[in-house]
Design a binder for this molecule. Structure first.
Ligand code: PMP
Length: 388
């Protein structure tokens, strides 16, 4: 397989020891060894969620976890308020409408973060508490926008609606305090900031959410969260788990914690700052507004006259650097550069160098070295320390 530098906002590069864990032999998923792995994973995930609640592990990608949140909490006809800031926020709303919920959208201009004041105002206009749930995104991968979650939590608190948070591309890369902020269901997945392969969704729920789940009537079978909790307490999952991915996530989380939460947060934020600085130095326009930058993905419009799709193709085919393009209405308009996974500072510098070369190939005559210089200003300490 040709070597390439994968810098997508998921799936992400996975370190060799994590990959190798997937070659370990199968074990009885109803035995003591699996129970130990499950307990270890839960212990290692709780600080990332900022919760003391149970963390459940579902054999699915992140979307399965989000669908589980909706089908376990709500009933057909329930009124929900969705606060999308891009494609993934809209997708969560679509899951809810698919299951018969009535979803109202609180719109935000693309590139901006959700406005806590607008959310508080909309909820204040619902004194009868007809809105049962609020659907939020921690980090919107399609626009490179990160919401200020503590402020959004505050905006919902007085109303008391149940909150569902998609943190698939957020959790682990910056501080998240599910309990302190008071969120009800938070979902993430293995293939993003945890730097593991895809295949497991993680879901944590508050006591209030568990009570609502016991009452909810939407049909659910595979993603029955109360059933998953019952099994988890015996050290099992209801159905056959992706055992190899569990091994990999366990190793990935050991590596994650070896660096430590604070260092992980700093690393992602530093990488994102370096990439933004490089893009700006090369004439790109950062898509996220200055107060809304994600730490896990940088979205940017190429310099005038450079076609985003042509740039991505050249980077991939000639320079072996794999970045993402836009989604939905941003297709063909932006490029997206991920910071998550087993990515070293040198990888970021290499990718930026390749972007400079590709821009030149496309006739855009960049100032050679300008991107690398801007990024190295941010990254130098990490490069010198050989830190990831
Ligand atoms: N939400 C967000 C914010 C995401 O970034 C993604 C994956 N890109 C998803 C949901 C969907 O997750 P999955 O592809 O793991 O189902």
């Amino acid at each position: 397989m040709k070597k390439s530098l994968l810098l997508l906002p998921g799936p992400v590069p996975v370190a060799q020891p994590v990959l190798e864990a997937m070659a370990w032999p199968m074990i009885n998923h109803r035995g003591a060894e699996f129970a130990e792995i499950l307990a270890r994973l839960e212990r290692l995930m709780k600080p990332l969620f900022g919760t003391t609640a149970d963390v459940l592990f579902l054999g699915s990608s992140g979307t399965g976890g989000l669908e589980a949140a909706v089908t376990n909490l709500f009933d057909p006809g329930d009124r929900l308020l969705s606060v999308p800031v891009g494609v993934f926020g809209k997708r969560l709303a679509t899951i809810a409408t698919t299951y018969g919920c009535e979803v109202e959208m609180l719109e935000t201009p693309l590139g901006a973060a959700a406005d806590p004041r607008a959310l508080a105002a909309r909820l204040a206009a619902d004194p009868e508490r007809r809105i049962k749930g609020v659907l939020l995104t921690h980090n919107e991968t399609s626009t490179g926008v990160q919401n200020e979650m503590s402020a959004l939590a505050e905006a919902v608190r007085a109303h008391g609606a149940l909150t569902v948070v998609d943190s698939v591309s957020g959790l682990g890369a910056s501080r998240f305090e599910m309990d302190a902020w008071g969120f009800d269901v938070v979902v993430t997945a293995s293939q993003k900031a945890l730097a593991a392969p895809p295949g497991i969704a993680m879901v944590a729920a508050s006591e209030r959410a568990w009570a609502a789940m016991e009452r909810a009537k939407i049909a659910r079978y595979y993603f029955d969260l109360p059933l998953a909790r019952e099994f988890a307490r015996k050290g099992q999952t209801p159905w056959t788990p992706p055992i190899s991915v569990f091994y990999a996530v366990a190793v990935a989380l050991d590596r994650y914690h070896a660096l430590g939460l604070e260092e992980q947060f700093t690393r992602h934020a530093t990488y994102a700052r370096a990439i933004r600085a490089a893009f700006e130095a090369l004439g790109f326009t950062i898509f996220s507004r200055p107060d809304a930058h994600s730490v896990t993905v940088v979205a940017a419009e190429p310099p005038p006259g450079v076609d985003a799709s042509a740039l991505l193709k050249l980077l991939r085919e000639t320079y072996g650097v794999v970045l993402s393009g836009g989604q939905g209405e941003l297709t063909g308009k932006i490029v997206r550069f991920g910071t998550m996974g087993d990515v070293a500072a040198n990888d970021i510098l290499g990718a930026i160098g390749a972007i400079e070369l590709a821009l030149a190939d496309l006739g855009s005559a960049p100032r050679f070295g300008a991107g690398v210089a801007a990024a190295s200003g941010e990254l130098s300490a990490r490069v010198a320390a050989g830190a990831r």
